[in-house]
Design a protein around this ligand. Structure first.
Ligand code: ADP
Ligand code: ZN
Length: 735
C-alpha cells in the first residue's frame, strides 16, 4: 500500500512559496494573505512592500489568522525592507490598542509606519580604522592623528582631522602610508548620545529622595507605574531625569511624552544641559526627512532618548526601558481622530507589555491617576515644596459681582491695579483667557442677526488681527463684512464677549507704555514664532502677557509675579462631568507660572461664582479637598474611573439618517447585566463640517466588558449605509 500511494498532482503555482498574513494600513479587521516569493526571507514583524489594488503599500508580516483569499488571486510580497522587524511586544501593543479602541489593526499599525521612506537604510559613509602598522615617517602632526585614533573607534576623515587638530591632508598622508583601513560607517546619528554623567543636578533632600525612589524602580526593572506629583516649580523634571539616567546606564532607550512639544524648547535646552546632548524630537512639526531618520535610528537603537508628542508611542523602539508622561493630566494626550486613544493610558500599556517602568508626572494629576495611586496600584512619589526659595503664589478670587469691570472692559479694577503695580516694579503680569480671537460672537445691533458657521452648529469667532470671522471647529473663515448680510445696515456689528485679542486691545489702551505681548496658537508665524515669543517673555522682554491655555503649560518665566484669570468660569459652563477637574487643573497650572524664582507673587481669579467648589479649592490652595469631593461624586455617579464609558458618534449628511442609524444601534444593543445605553441624542456639536451628529453613550460598571458589548452591538446593527459613519470612542474625555 505504501508503495501504491501516488502524490496528488501539483497545481502549478498553488503551493510554491509560503503564504503569510500581512497587516496593511487600511481599515480592515484582519491582515491580508500574501505569498512569499521563492528565496525571500520574512518573519513576523518584517516590514514589507505589498501590492494593494493598484498601489504598492508598506505593511507588516503578522501572526494569526488572515483573510482567506482564493489561491489564484494571491499576490506576492514585492520587497522586504532592510530595517529591524517590529518586535513581539510592539506587535502585541498594536493588537492591544486595536482591540481596546475597537479600531481596525491596520489603522493602528499605520501609526507605527509613519515614515514611509525610512525603511531602507541610508547609504553608509566612508570611514577609517587604524591598522596597527606604523608608517615609517612620523611627524608630530601624524603622531597626534594616530594617538587620537588609537581608542579603537572608527573615524571619518574630516572628523579625525578635526579631533586631532590637523588638516585633512595629514590624514590623507597616513592613509597613503597604510596606517588606516577603509571601513564603511553607518550614517551620522540624528542626535549624539546623551551622557548621563554630563552635569548631574544638585538635588534638594526632598528631590533626592524622590529621585532615588524612581531610580530604584528603574534599577529593579520590570513593569511598574509611579505617579510623580509635585507642585508647579518643585523640580519634577530634574527628578525624573535621574530615572532617565539610570535607564540609559542600563543600556535602554527612553521615551518622554510631552504635551505641546513643539513649543517646549526650554525642555530640550534643559535636557541638553543635563545630558550634554538634546533628545531626538518627534512631533508633526519635525521635517519629514528628519522624521525618517529618527524613525530608523530609534528602530536600530541608535537614538537613545525621544521627546515626543503622543504619536511617539508608536515608534518601533529596539530596547525601550522607560516611558515618562509629563503633565499626564493634559487633555492633549487624547487623540480624537480615526483611532481614539489616550496616550497616557497607552503608555502604561506599552510599559506593561514591554516589562519596564512608567512615570506619570504632574502638579495636578488626573483623577484616574490619583485614584490608582491611592489604591496602591501606582506608587506615589511626591515633591511638596517649590525648589529653592520660591514660594507658591497667593491666590485670591475676584468676585465680579462685587467688583464689576467698567463698561466695555473685561478686567476688574482690582486686577487693573495689580497689573499697574506689577509693571511699575519691573515685573511681569500674565492675563489668561482660554479663548482665541477677539470675540466669540458677532451680532447685528439692528436686526439681531448672528454670524454662524455655514457648516457647523457654532458661532463664528471674530479674529480682528486677521480681519476674518472663523469657525474653531472646521476652519471655515470669511472676511469680516462691513454690513449685516441680513438687513444690510452698515457698521452696526457688535462684538459680544472677550477673546484674547480684545484683552490685548484693552491693555494697549490702558497701559500704552507697557510692552504687551499676545500669545495664541492662531497668530501668523506658527510654532516657530511662538517659541521665539515665549523665549522673549522668559528673557523679560515683555511686561504684560496675554495668552490662551498654551501659556499655562510648563513654561518658566522668572520675572512673572502676577497671573490674572480673566474668565475662570469659562470651562465650567459646558455641563461636562470633567469640567470641574479641567478647570481646577488649568487654573492651578496657569497660576503656577507666577513666582518661580523667589519673588512674592499672586494669582487673581475673576469669577461670577466664587462659591463653586473649584473656586473654593483654588482659593484655599487645597487640591486634596477638591479631589476628594470630585472622587466621591464620580463614585456616586458611577462615572470613570469608577465605571466605564464609551461614546458612539453617528454622523450623516442628513439629520434624519444620523438619528435613524443611532436608533438602529440602540435596538441592536445586546442584553448585558450592568451595561446601559443612553441616547441617541444630538451630539454636543450637533453639526460639524456639514455632517449631522448623534451620540449614544454606553455606561457600565468598573469591570464591565464594554468592548465585547460594543462589538456585538455594531455587528448586530445594520451596516452603515450611504453617508452614515459610526465612530467609537472608548473612555471619552468629555461626555
Ligand atoms: P516642575 O516641572 O515641577 O514645575 P521644574 O522641573 O520646571 O518644575 O523646575 C522649576 C525650576 O527650578 C526650573 O527652572 C529648574 O531648572 C529649577 N530647579 C529645580 N530643581 C533644581 C535643582 N535641583 N537644581 C537646580 N535647579 C533646579
Ligand atoms: Zn465650522
Amino acid at each position: 500500500l505504501l508503495f501504491g500511494d501516488v502524490p496528488p498532482a501539483r497545481r502549478p503555482g498553488a503551493e510554491a512559496g509560503r503564504v503569510v498574513p500581512v497587516l496593511v494600513p487600511v481599515p480592515s479587521e484582519r491582515p491580508y494573505s500574501y505569498r512569499v516569493p521563492e528565496g525571500m526571507h520574512v518573519e513576523p514583524g518584517s516590514i514589507v512592500q505589498v501590492p494593494l489594488g493598484p498601489r504598492q503599500v508598506a505593511g507588516v508580516v503578522w501572526e494569526g489568522e488572515s483573510d482567506v483569499v482564493d489561491a489564484r488571486k494571491l499576490r506576492e510580497i514585492t520587497h522586504v525592507f532592510d530595517c529591524p522587524p517590529l518586535d513581539g511586544p510592539m506587535r502585541r501593543f498594536v493588537d492591544w490598542v486595536a482591540d481596546y479602541t475597537l479600531s481596525p489593526p491596520g489603522l493602528v499599525v499605520r501609526m507605527a509606519l509613519r515614515a514611509p521612506v525610512a525603511f531602507d537604510p541610508e547609504p553608509m559613509i566612508d570611514g577609517l580604522r587604524l591598522t596597527g602598522g606604523r608608517p615609517e615617517r612620523m611627524t608630530p602632526a601624524r603622531l597626534r592623528v594616530v594617538e587620537t585614533a588609537a581608542g579603537g573607534e572608527d573615524w571619518t576623515r574630516s572628523g579625525l582631522a578635526g579631533a586631532a587638530g590637523v588638516t585633512a591632508s595629514v590624514v590623507d598622508g597616513l592613509i597613503r602610508a597604510g596606517a588606516f583601513d577603509p571601513v564603511r560607517l553607518p550614517p551620522h546619528p540624528v542626535v549624539p548620545a546623551p551622557d548621563t554623567a554630563h552635569a548631574r543636578a544638585d538635588l534638594s533632600p526632598n528631590q533626592g529622595a524622590a529621585a532615588a525612589e524612581l531610580a530604584a524602580r528603574v534599577e529593579a526593572g520590570g513593569f511598574s507605574v509611579s505617579l510623580l506629583e509635585g507642585v508647579t516649580g518643585s523640580g519634577k523634571t530634574e527628578v525624573y531625569f535621574e530615572a532617565v539616567a539610570r535607564a540609559l546606564d542600563a543600556g535602554r532607550q527612553v521615551l518622554i511624552l510631552l504635551p505641546e512639544i513643539a513649543l517646549t524648547q526650554s525642555f530640550i535646552d534643559r535636557f541638553e544641559a543635563r545630558f550634554g546632548a538634546p533628545p531626538a524630537q518627534w512631533h508633526s512639526d519635525v521635517a519629514p526627512r528628519t522624521r525618517e531618520r529618527v524613525w530608523r535610528q530609534v528602530a536600530e537603537g541608535r537614538v537613545r532618548v525621544v521627546a515626543g508628542a503622543r504619536s511617539a508611542l508608536f515608534l518601533p523602539f529596539a530596547k525601550l526601558g522607560l516611558v515618562v508622561v509629563d503633565e499626564e493630566h493634559d487633555p492633549a494626550y487624547k487623540q480624537e481622530d480615526r483611532t481614539f486613544y489616550h496616550a497616557r493610558d497607552m503608555a502604561v500599556v506599552r510599559a506593561r507589555g514591554g516589562g519596564f517602568p512608567a512615570i506619570l508626572a504632574s502638579a495636578t494629576p488626573s483623577l484616574e491617576t490619583r485614584v490608582n495611586a491611592r489604591s496602591g496600584r501606582y506608587s506615589h512619589v511626591t515633591l511638596d515644596a517649590r525648589y529653592a526659595a520660591a514660594a507658591l503664589p497667593t491666590l485670591s478670587l475676584v468676585d465680579m459681582r462685587r467688583h464689576p469691570p467698567a463698561r466695555g472692559s473685561f478686567v476688574s479694577p482690582v486686577l487693573l491695579t495689580a497689573i499697574e503695580e506689577t509693571v511699575a516694579r519691573g515685573e511681569q503680569a500674565l492675563l489668561f483667557l482660554n479663548r482665541r480671537g477677539y470675540a466669540p460672537l458677532t451680532l447685528c445691533r439692528v436686526c439681531g442677526h448672528r454670524f454662524q458657521c455655514p457648516q457647523c452648529s457654532t458661532w463664528l469667532v471674530d479674529h480682528r488681527l486677521r480681519g476674518t470671522l472663523q469657525c474653531h471647529h472646521c476652519g471655515h473663515a470669511e472676511r469680516r463684512p462691513g454690513a449685516c448680510p441680513a438687513c444690510g445696515t452698515l457698521d452696526h456689528l457688535a462684538a459680544c464677549g472677550p477673546g484674547v485679542e480684545r484683552i490685548a486691545e484693552e491693555m494697549l489702551e490702558r497701559f500704552p507704555a507697557a510692552r504687551t505681548i499676545l500669545l495664541s496658537s492662531d497668530l501668523p508665524g506658527g510654532a516657530r514664532r511662538l517659541r521665539r515669543e515665549l523665549d522673549a517673555v522668559a528673557e523679560g522682554e515683555a511686561d504684560i502677557v496675554i495668552g490662551t491655555q498654551l501659556v499655562a503649560k510648563g513654561h518658566h518665566f522668572p520675572l512673572m509675579t502676577l497671573v490674572g484669570a480673566i474668565d475662570a468660569d469659562l470651562g465650567l459652563a459646558n455641563g461636562d462631568p470633567r469640567a470641574a477637574e479641567r478647570t481646577f487643573q488649568l487654573l492651578h497650572q496657569v497660576t503656577g507660572r507666577a513666582g518661580r524664582t523667589g519673588r512674592a507673587s499672586r494669582g487673581l481669579i475673576q469669577t461670577y461664582c466664587p462659591e463653586h467648589p473649584v473656586m473654593r479649592a483654588i482659593e484655599a490652595g487645597d487640591p486634596e479637598r477638591f479631589y476628594e469631593r470630585e472622587t466621591m461624586e464620580r463614585e456616586r455617579a458611577g462615572l470613570p474611573p469608577f465605571g466605564r464609558l464609551a461614546a458612539l458618534i453617528v454622523s450623516a449628511d442628513t439629520r434624519r439618517e444620523a438619528e435613524e442609524h443611532g436608533r438602529q444601534l440602540r435596538l441592536a444593543a445586546p442584553d448585558a447585566e450592568g451595561i446601559e445605553v443612553l441616547g441617541p441624542a444630538e451630539a454636543p456639536l450637533g453639526v460639524l463640517r456639514g455632517r449631522h451628529r448623534f451620540r449614544l453613550l454606553v455606561q457600565g460598571g468598573r469591570g464591565a466588558a464594554i468592548q465585547s458589548f460594543l462589538r456585538e452591538m455594531t455587528a448586530r446593527a445594520p451596516r452603515p449605509r450611504g453617508s452614515v459613519q459610526v465612530q467609537i470612542d472608548v473612555d471619552p474625555q468629555s461626555f
